[in-house]
Design a protein around this ligand. Structure first.
Ligand code: FAD
Length: 440
C-alpha cells in the first residue's frame, strides 16, 4: 500500500513511475508472500477511506460490488470496551469492509492505470547506487541497475534500504520505539445469516486492554476472526487454544461467531514487537534523490488500524511537497519528511498514548508526553469510554476522532468534557459477560 500510494503522488509530477516488487503480483485479489499481515484483520480508517474515495471516485461502490460490506461503525459495530458495550449511534461515515487483499487489489489497479505508471513484479531490490551526495539508482537481483531521478523505499518496517544508507556513507535515521509485543492469530470462516445477530462487525476488548477479538465481514460471505494479545499474552494458533482465547474475552460474541461458522482457512499467527518511528524528519545529512515512505518511516501497533491510512496521508504530503519544488534534492526530501511528520505524529500520539497506559509498555520518556500527562489522559479516557456506553454524542464523536475525521482536540472541547463527565456518572458498572450474540 505504501509503494502504490507513493506512485500515485509521483505520477502527477514525473513522466515515468516504476513500482518494483519482489512478489508475483496476482491478477486477482489473492494473498501474496510480501504482505503476510494481509491474512489478518485490516480496517481502513474513515479518513483514509474518504481520501481514497476522493482520489478514485466510485472506489467504495466497486468494493461493495465485489462483496465488501458497508459498515457504519456506530450503528453496525458491536464494540465491547471498558467493561460494557458502546451505545449504538449513527456515525457520520461508512466504511466498505473487506479483506486487505481486495482493497489493495482495487487501489493498485487504479494506480497502475494512471499515465506513466507501471508495476514490475518479481523484481527484488538488493542495493542502491550513489554518485556524490545523490542516490542515483536501485540495484536489483540479477545485477541490473535501474537509474531514476527519485528512488522511494516503501519496502516496509524491515526496510533494507535503512541499512544500505550507512554503507554508502549516509546517516541512519534514529528510531523511536514503544514496545507492545502484540501477537495476532486469525482465521477466515463462512458467514451465515443469523437473525439474532444485530451487528456487522464485532470488537471485544478486555479492560485493561490486554486481549482483543474482532469478527469482521469480508467479501465472499466470510468473516475474518482476529484475536490479539499484548505483551506476550498471545493467542494460540491451534484450534482449541484459539477458541479458548476467544471465549476468555469479556463478551462471547466473537467466540459465538467462531462456534457457529465453518472454518475456511488455517489459523495464522503474526507478531509485532513495537511501534517504531524512524525520525527521518530529524536527519541532518539527507541524500539527494532518495526517500523512505510508508512503514519504512513509521510502523504502528496494528491494533489501532492506522498503517494504510498513514500511507494514504503520506501520499498527500508527497503530492503537496512535489507541487512546491522543481528538483529532487535533499531540501525537497527534507520538506517531504517534515510535512509527512505531521500526520505521523498524530497517529503516533494516538497509538503510543494508549499503549503507554499499560505498565508493561516500554517507550522513550515523552513518547506521549510526561508520565503525569499520560496518567491524566488515561484517567480521562476511561471516563470517555464509560460515557460512550450511554451517550450517543460521546460515542459518535469518539469514533470520528479514532477514524481521524475530527481532531483529537475535540476530546477536550468544553461540550465534550461536560457530556463525558455527566454521562460517565450514568455509565454501567463494569459488566459481567454479555449475553448470547446480541449487541449493545
Ligand atoms: C498484523 C497486522 C495487522 C494490521 N492491521 C492494519 C489495519 O487494520 N489497518 C491498517 O491501516 N494497517 C494495518 N496494518 C499495517 C499495514 O499492513 C501497513 O501499514 C501497510 O501495509 C503499509 O505498509 P507498507 O506498504 O509501507 O509496507 P508493507 O505492507 O510491508 O509492504 C512492503 C512491500 O515491499 C515489497 N518488498 C519488500 N522488500 C522488497 C525488496 N527488497 N525488493 C522489492 N520489493 C520488496 C513487499 O513485497 C511488499 O509488497 C497491519 C499490520 C500488521 C502487521
Amino acid at each position: 500500500m505504501g509503494g502504490i500510494c507513493a506512485a500515485r503522488a509521483l505520477a502527477k509530477h514525473f513522466d515515468e513511475v516504476v513500482v518494483l516488487d519482489r512478489d508475483e503480483i496476482p491478477e486477482t485479489p489473492d494473498d501474496r508472500r510480501g504482505v503476510p499481515q494481509a491474512r489478518h484483520y485490516h480496517t481502513m480508517l474513515g479518513l483514509g477511506q474518504r481520501t481514497l474515495e476522493g482520489w478514485f471516485p466510485g472506489l467504495g461502490d466497486a468494493l461493495l460490488a465485489d462483496g465488501a460490506v458497508r459498515v457504519n461503525h456506530g450503528r453496525d459495530g458491536y464494540a465491547f470496551v471498558g467493561g460494557a458495550p458502546r451505545i449504538r449511534c449513527e456515525s457520520s461515515f461508512d466504511v466498505p469492509t473487506c479483506s486487505r487483499t481486495l482493497l489493495e487489489h482495487h487501489v493498485r489497479r487504479r494506480i497502475a492505470s494512471m499515465p506513466g505508471v507501471s508495476i514490475r513484479p518479481r523484481t527484488t531490490a538488493v542495493g542502491l547506487s550513489k554518485q556524490g551526495g545523490r542516490i542515483t539508482g536501485v540495484k536489483v537481483e540479477g545485477d541490473a541497475l535501474l537509474e531514476a531521478d527519485l528512488i522511494v523505499d516503501a519496502t516496509g518496517r524491515a526496510s533494507r534500504a535503512v541499512r544500505w544508507l550507512p554503507e554508502l556513507g549516509f546517516e541512519t535515521p534514529e528510531a523511536e520505539e514503544v514496545t507492545v509485543h502484540v501477537g495476532y492469530a486469525s482465521r477466515v470462516v463462512r458467514r451465515v445469516e443469523n437473525e439474532r445477530r444485530d451487528f456487522r462487525l464485532a470488537m471485544v476488548g478486555t479492560d485493561p486492554p490486554q486481549r482483543l477479538g474482532v469478527a469482521s465481514p469480508m467479501e465472499g460471505s466470510r468473516w475474518i476472526v482476529t484475536l490479539v494479545g499484548y505483551h506476550g499474552d498471545h493467542p494460540p494458533a491451534d484450534e482449541q487454544g484459539f477458541f479458548d482465547f476467544a471465549r476468555s474475552l469479556p463478551s462471547p460474541v466473537v467466540a459465538d461467531v467462531l462456534a457457529e461458522s465453518e472454518p475456511l482457512s488455517d489459523i495464522v499467527a503474526h507478531r509485532m514487537p513495537s511501534s517504531q518511528w524512524r525520525r527521518v524528519d530529524r536527519m541532518k545529512q539527507i541524500p539527494d534523490g532518495f526517500l523512505l515512505f510508508g512503514d519504512s518511516i513509521c510502523s504502528l501497533n496494528p491494533v489501532y488500524g492506522q498503517g494504510m491510512t498513514s500511507a494514504v496521508l503520506q501520499s498527500d504530503a508527497l503530492e503537496a511537497t512535489l507541487g512546491g519544488v522543481s528538483g529532487t534534492d535533499a531540501a525537497f526530501v527534507q520538506a517531504f519528511y517534515r510535512r509527512a511528520a505531521k500526520p505521523i505524529a498524530m497517529l503516533w500520539q494516538m497509538a503510543t498514548g494508549g499503549d503507554l497506559t499499560l505498565p508493561q509498555t516500554k517507550g522513550p520518556k515523552g513518547a506521549s508526553g510526561s508520565n503525569f500527562a499520560t496518567r491524566l489522559l488515561s484517567a480521562y479516557m476511561r471516563r470517555v469510554m464509560g460515557a460512550g456506553q450511554v451517550s450517543e454524542m460521546v460515542a459518535s464523536r469518539t469514533l470520528e476522532i479514532t477514524h481521524l475525521l475530527r481532531s483529537p482536540a475535540g476530546l477536550v472541547s468544553p461540550g465534550m468534557v461536560w457530556e463525558v463527565l455527566a454521562a460517565s456518572r450514568r455509565a454501567r458498572p463494569a459488566a459481567p459477560r454479555a449475553s448470547g450474540g446480541q449487541a449493545g
